[in-house]
Design a binder for this molecule. Structure first.
Ligand code: HEC
Length: 164
């Protein structure tokens, strides 16, 4: 009898500890939701490439790098040849539409195939600016940032929002 009672007392203690943990989990969930809501309010909608996310200067630098290290395979008009896929136009768009620019920078960093990782991040981002320009996307006042969190928030799109 005595034993049974102490077991149920232990069970009660266990239950209230679980309730405290549950309350902490719920409370921290509310804090996370609140933080996300605030962050969202500040940055508004995800940025797209139609808002002028790179500069002309950056694209020109990218063109120089492209001509030297990419053109021989991907072609002067970025249309691709043989095994090298196009880097502009509908086929490229169908692969990359809706994908964050960070993923594209990472992919560019695997090129050229015989020397992956040979470009600096700044060079890869400059080449990306040239690719955006070649895909008919507008340049703006500020260059593409090298920061991963910034490039993760900008999504590649070839079709302007609101157009079919
Ligand atoms: C020696 C030839 C060659 C060179 C030089 C080269 N590429 Fe490529 N690239 C390829 C081939 C082949 C593929 C497709 C097969 C693969 O994934 O490796 C490709 C794929 C790509 C892709 C993926 C396209 C897609 O839609 O998935 C990108 C982006 C790319 N290259 C960018 C570049 C850039 C930028 C450079 C210059 C820094 C470059 N490439 C230099 C041959 C080359």
């Amino acid at each position: 009898m005595q034993r049974g009672r102490s077991v149920s007392a232990a069970a009660r203690v266990g239950r209230s500890a679980r309730e405290i943990v549950a309350r902490i989990v719920v409370a921290s969930g509310i804090i996370v939701v609140a933080a996300v809501t605030v962050a969202h309010g500040q940055s508004s909608a995800p940025r797209t490439v139609h808002k002028g996310v790179y500069t002309e200067e950056q694209a020109i630098r990218g063109q120089g790098i492209y001509n030297e290290r990419c053109l021989s395979c991907h072609g002067e008009t970025l249309a691709g040849m043989d095994q090298a896929t196009p880097l502009a136009g509908p086929q490229f768009g169908s692969v990359w539409n809706g994908v964050p620019l960070e993923a594209l920078v990472t992919r560019i960093g695997t090129m050229p195939p015989e020397a992956p990782g040979s470009m600096t991040r700044a060079e890869s981002v400059d080449v990306l600016a040239y690719i955006l320009w070649y895909n008919g996307l507008p340049f703006g006042d500020a260059p593409l940032s090298l920061a991963q969190d910034s490039l993760t928030k900008i999504v590649f799109e070839t079709t302007p929002p609101g157009k079919p």
